[in-house]
Design a binder for this molecule. Structure first.
Ligand SMILES: [Zn+2]
Length: 140
């Protein structure tokens, strides 16, 4: 059984190494769709995992970035934000949709222990990335 859950957050960012347009300070409404796989259904309730229980685990991770500026830790802009005592979210990579998708996927997997199998990270109305890690081959 696959459960799809949709989340979103608003954030500013820039990506200095990805061209003039992406290099300017700007913001997005990020739509994050997560897919969780469960191999059981509770016989008594008929439910795999309560949607609200998934929200309780995943939402704090997503909302951590809401209404913040996302900056690569090596971006000079970090110094400006620090100097102005402006809160922001420092990340260990350029804040591309691809990097954010992989990062959020791994945070959700590690921190919630839920079996997330796919994540869609939508940056604009017309563009999103889909991350599905390759399954490790098991030797038999
Ligand atoms: Zn952008």
């Amino acid at each position: 059984m696959i459960i799809e859950k949709k989340y979103y957050f608003y954030a500013g960012h820039r990506n200095k190494n990805a061209g003039e347009k992406c290099g300017r300070l700007h913001g997005h409404t990020y739509d994050v769709t997560c897919y969780f796989e469960f191999d059981f259904i509770d016989k008594k309730t008929g439910v795999t995992f309560l949607f609200s229980d998934i929200d309780e685990l995943v939402e704090p991770i997503i909302k951590y970035y809401d209404h913040h500026f996302l900056l690569f830790e090596k971006d000079e802009m970090c110094k400006v934000f620090d100097k102005c005592n402006e809160p922001y979210r420092k990340l260990p990579f350029e804040t591309s949709a691809e990097n954010m998708a992989i990062y959020l996927f791994n945070r959700i997997k590690v921190e919630t222990k839920l079996n997330i199998v796919k994540i869609e990270f939508q940056e604009t109305k017309s563009s999103k990335v889909i991350y599905v890690p390759k399954r490790k081959k098991t030797s038999s």
